[in-house]
Design a protein around this ligand. Structure first.
Ligand code: FAD
Length: 565
């Protein structure tokens, strides 16, 4: 079974410590129990017990210190980060978030040349500190160009920082807050660290009501020296975007963890609920909703695992991860919303009950598509790759499962963020050609129609400037990339054909829906409309396959897991 089961974890690690981190994290939450988990959620209680646990066990130090700093066996290892993020999401988004913003806060530090801050950071991690990432500002959202935080030279080689940041997780307690700003004299971008406990650092408020502290903070003539500066100019800009590249991948795993726990809870409830002398799971629509939810969830995991492989092999010559990563961010997290919607349609009122995991899941799953670049921002990024992906494939080294215990050096040395349209990809049709399954074949035909539309009814200059139109095309393109990653990992994880075909049954229906959407856009031409209609296809029906998936995969999980009270 590819889904996480806390009591039956079976992920391979080459070292004991990685397994110990996962085992102890699961044990912490299982000992805490569902009642306290939910009480803390309802009371918006700051998770000091969790932070004390991760400090005493050195969990963030292990997970977040790259090689060369801290302990001898330190490494930033995306293979184990995947499961860690999944486990945290499984028990609750607040726990995931506190770690996630620590990851983001560490990004500009580990990317900088400031060795003294890096040594200090490693020591702080060993002491159990958390970190924060001060990028967003209240008035500017995703628009980093308009950053108003300033660093002003005061003449003696030091500076004063002034300005405020908004939506900054851990801003109440972080040992170091990596803060993005501009030099007041040159307008250059800069990153510097501040201490959240310094008298010139003022926590204005928590802008959310939850267990998280998502702060507004203000720097009032905060004294900065070169020792606090992380980067300037292009380096600072690149550090901002490259940090988001590292961090946003984890959003997919938060989503997968949430959906997995919600799935166990929902199928357990439905399988034991009797209405009109039948079990709820006997309703055909309930089976379909559960089967779709399960197929989507397995696909989410296959895609996120596969994207991790490409992140781990990334180099200046192989930047394919820059496409696969926003696909995880945008598509896995929105698929997570679909999974929760399907499950909620089944369990209905139960999903509101205060003692369920589900009522947290239903709320929190909505956050992930919106953090670190909205869905729109990520699709706008994804479409930049479309031309090279479809029309200029090249031979690139095959990438296998990357589970080796090594430091992912390149992530902290990604270099300039420019040149996205020049990135090349291997031929996605190769993996489609290796599967001869009815629904995979139908989907491959749909993708061919999309490609044909892009050549024969080429988007006009005006359409390329119309983000609304581009986003609609982007949904179709993203699904092709997503399905490529599903298939590549279905091979690596030896996923049975029934399940692959079931996943593509869902993908065909989604692709058709996106085609209808594009067809309905006012900017779509008559010629393009014909292609859109040709993209609408039906999955190949196979009742026996669907029955096997239901029985062996979905219903089989009905009593698999319940969190201890
Ligand atoms: C709970 C929470 C925690 C957060 N934690 C942090 C944190 O720790 N550190 C931090 O720095 N930030 C944090 N953020 C900020 C978060 O990253 C921003 O919310 C996000 O960048 C989007 O900004 P916005 O919500 O203000 O939307 P806006 O930027 O105001 O966007 C408005 C609309 O314009 C669209 N849009 C904007 N730009 C583009 C574009 N280029 N192409 C297409 N569409 C576009 C968006 O999709 C959206 O629909 C947090 C936010 C929340 C809610």
């Amino acid at each position: 079974m590819i889904l996480l089961h806390p009591h039956r974890r079976d992920r391979d690690y080459a070292d004991d410590r990685s397994d110990e981190v996962m085992r102890k994290t699961v044990a912490f939450f299982e000992a805490k129990g569902k009642r306290r988990l939910k009480d803390d959620d309802h009371g918006a209680v700051w998770y000091q017990d969790y932070l004390d646990f991760v400090a005493s066990e050195g969990i963030f130090a292990t997970m977040c210190t790259p090689s060369g700093y801290g302990a001898d066996d330190s490494r930033w290892d995306v293979w184990r980060i995947c499961e860690f993020a999944e486990i945290l999401g499984f028990y609750g988004l607040p726990y995931w978030y506190s770690w996630q913003v620590t990851v983001l806060g560490l990004g500009p530090i580990w990317m900088s040349d400031n060795e003294a801050v890096k040594e200090k950071t490693a020591a702080l991690l060993e002491d159990g500190a958390v970190f924060a990432f001060g990028l967003s500002e209240k008035e500017h959202g995703a628009d980093l160009y308009s950053t108003e935080m300033t660093l002003t030279p005061v003449g003696d080689g030091t500076y004063r920082a002034n300005g405020s940041k908004y939506y900054i997780g851990n801003g109440n307690q972080a040992a170091l807050v990596s803060t993005f700003g501009k030099m007041s004299d040159t307008g250059e971008y800069c990153f510097f660290v501040v201490d959240s406990q310094h008298p010139s650092y003022r926590v204005v408020k928590n802008v959310v009501h939850s267990q998280n502290f998502v702060s507004e903070y203000e720097l009032d003539d905060y004294p900065i020296t070169d020792a606090d500066l992380l980067s300037r100019g292009d380096d600072a800009w690149n550090a901002a975007l490259n940090t988001v590249n590292i961090g946003k991948f984890n959003l997919g795993w938060g989503s997968i963890g949430i959906c997995t726990h919600a799935f166990y809870e929902a199928v357990h409830h439905a399988a034991h609920r009797h209405l009109y002398d039948m079990v709820v799971t006997d309703f055909p629509h309930v089976r379909r909703l559960f089967t779709d939810a399960y197929a989507r969830l397995v696909a989410m995991k296959l895609v996120a695992l596969r994207a991790a492989d490409y992140m781990r092999v990334a180099s200046p010559e192989d930047r394919r991860y820059l496409l696969y990563n926003p696909v995880v961010k945008m598509k896995v997290t929105t698929q997570g919303e679909d999974v929760i919607n399907h499950l909620w349609d089944v369990i209905a009122a139960k999903g509101f009950e205060e003692d369920t995991y589900f009522d947290m899941a239903a709320r929190d799953i909505r956050a992930l598509p919106k953090l670190e670049g909205t869905v729109h921002v990520n699709i706008a990024l994804i479409v930049k790759f479309m031309e090279n992906y479809f029309f200029r494939p090249i031979d690139l080294p095959d990438v296998g499962r990357r589970d080796e215990p090594v430091n992912d050096d390149f992530l902290f040395d990604q270099g300039p963020t420019r040149g996205l349209r020049k990135i090349r990809f291997h031929d996605y049709t190769a993996v489609f050609g290796r599967f001869d399954l009815p629904n995979v074949n139908v989907f491959a035909e749909q993708a061919e129609v999309l490609k044909a539309m892009l050549i024969e009814a080429r988007p006009t200059e005006e359409q390329m400037r119309d983000t609304d139109w581009l986003l609609a095309v982007g949904e179709l393109f993203t699904l092709v990339v997503y399905c490529q990653l599903v298939l590549e990992n279905a091979e690596i994880y030896d996923i049975e054909e029934d399940l692959v075909d079931q996943i593509f049954d869902v993908a065909i229906r989604d692709f058709s829906r996106f085609a209808v959407d594009l067809n309905g856009r006012s900017g779509t031409t008559e010629a393009q409309s014909e292609y859109c209609l040709a993209m609408i296809r039906r999955p190949v029906r196979d009742d026996e396959r669907a029955a096997r998936i239901w029985q062996d995969h979905v219903y089989a999980q009905r009593d698999a897991y319940e969190m201890a009270e």
